[in-house]
Design a protein around this ligand. Structure first.
Ligand SMILES: NC(=O)c1ccc[n+]([C@@H]2O[C@H](COP(=O)([O-])OP(=O)(O)OC[C@H]3O[C@@H](n4cnc5c(N)ncnc54)[C@H](O)[C@@H]3O)[C@@H](O)[C@H]2O)c1
Length: 353
């Protein structure tokens, strides 16, 4: 298979100014910046000042609704109106919604133009902007159309997190914790010793981002190892979809934290994970994340969501489970009845306050 080029990485305190220099040194015929209305307000002034790039950004509404065909078509048209050509650089300045959308716009406009990701949310910095997946939602189906396309550059600037709302920080932190659980026990220990609240140190963000980069480099197309990044996401996605159906949506990271709890419990029940490690994971995650109201979920609907999971093979559910903290296994068959038991057991892991 063709090797996938790795993006030029800019990180640390001079990330934005180094990126600005890189843009000026390359012979792009033009530069466009994509933002949503929040990152336009909170992040674009910092970006313009530190990167030293003067450009009028293209602004889309904030929220998942912009990862859609109508917004995409509007962006293709905006690039045409601005006479962007195949050497124009598109800079995606925002959270995972903007990097997914902008990556897809850039990988399809004129059959592909160079793009750079400047993720501004924690989830974007440790997850969405890494791994070359771009995409939009079609109807209710998330990420149903997309491409695998690496950006030319990736800029990790911790300063953007200063303005990120606390619920968004907590949501992104779930993916940081996940990276420790699946790949790096020492990192998990460090995180477990914190309260998990507030803005994480730049070193934590970089370490979490590096774990994903290393996994993606080994398995860019998700044929094997990369599947471990889905830990917590089988039951997490089912919880997220069920909550959406019930009209009480939950944040992705909160659902993933619930999914990691349930999938760690399953790892213990199925004889993979030592009881002591399960108890440690339970104590840390139930302290950092509020319990989600799962007592009344529709179990049949949850099963339908689980059966539709992309990781399944044939008729059996396949999960990522933990063998120990820092080591995940993928493609593990889980009986439907066990998955339901995990959902039923979930409320008991929280100490009533
Ligand atoms: N491509 C991938 O591999 C991948 C992986 C995980 C998630 N995703 C996608 O990422 C998206 C979720 O990402 P997200 O949680 O970053 O959502 P988001 O981009 O919608 O950002 C969340 C909110 O925070 C705001 N925001 C972002 N940065 C800010 C800042 N610095 N200050 C103030 N406000 C800021 C945004 O405007 C938005 O309102 C989903 O669409 C998901 O499908 C993609």
């Amino acid at each position: 298979m063709m090797a996938i080029d790795q993006p030029q990485l800019f990180s640390g305190s001079t990330a934005l100014s180094d990126f600005g220099d890189w843009v000026r040194k390359n012979s792009f015929s033009g530069v466009e910046v994509l933002v949503d209305e929040h990152t336009h307000h909170w992040c674009f002034p910092r970006f313009r000042q530190l990167a030293g790039l003067t450009v009028e950004p293209v602004v889309v509404p904030a929220g998942e609704g912009s990862k859609s065909v109508p917004v995409l078509a509007g962006l293709w048209q905006a690039l045409l109106d601005r006479q962007a050509d195949r050497q124009t650089l598109l800079i995606n300045l925002g959270g995972g919604m903007i990097t997914d959308l902008g990556g897809f716009v850039a990988s399809t406009y004129k059959r592909g133009i160079p793009f750079a990701h400047v993720p501004t949310s924690l989830l974007g910095q440790v997850d969405a902007a890494i791994g070359h997946k771009t995409g939009i939602d079609v109807g209710e189906v998330k990420n149903s159309v997309g491409t695998f396309m690496p950006p030319h550059a990736l800029v990790l600037d911790a300063g953007f997190l200063e303005t990120l709302p606390s619920e968004e920080l907590r949501s992104g932190m779930a993916e940081v914790l996940k990276h420790g659980l699946i790949r790096d026990a020492t990192f998990w220990k460090e995180l477990a010793g914190t309260d998990g609240i507030g803005i994480p140190d730049a070193a934590i963000v970089q370490r979490a981002a590096r774990i994903k980069m290393e996994i993606v480099e080994i398995d860019p197309r998700e044929k094997g190892l990369r599947k471990i990044l889905n830990f917590g996401h089988s039951l997490g996605h089912a919880v997220e979809s069920e909550a959406m159906m019930a009209g009480a949506p939950v944040r992705h990271g909160d659902a993933v934290a619930a999914g990691m709890l349930m999938e760690s419990w399953l790892s213990r029940e199925l004889g993979l994970l030592a009881d002591k490690e399960w108890v440690e994971i339970r104590d840390v995650l139930s302290r950092m994340y509020p319990p989600l109201p799962l007592q009344h979920v529709d179990q049949d609907r949850m099963l339908t969501f689980l059966r539709n999971d992309k990781k399944n093979k044939g008729r059996s559910l396949r999960f990522v489970l933990l063998e120990r903290i820092g080591k995940a296994v993928f493609d593990h068959i889980v009986e439907e009845s066990m998955a339901i038991r995990a959902i039923q057991a979930y409320p008991s892991w929280f100490v009533p306050s």
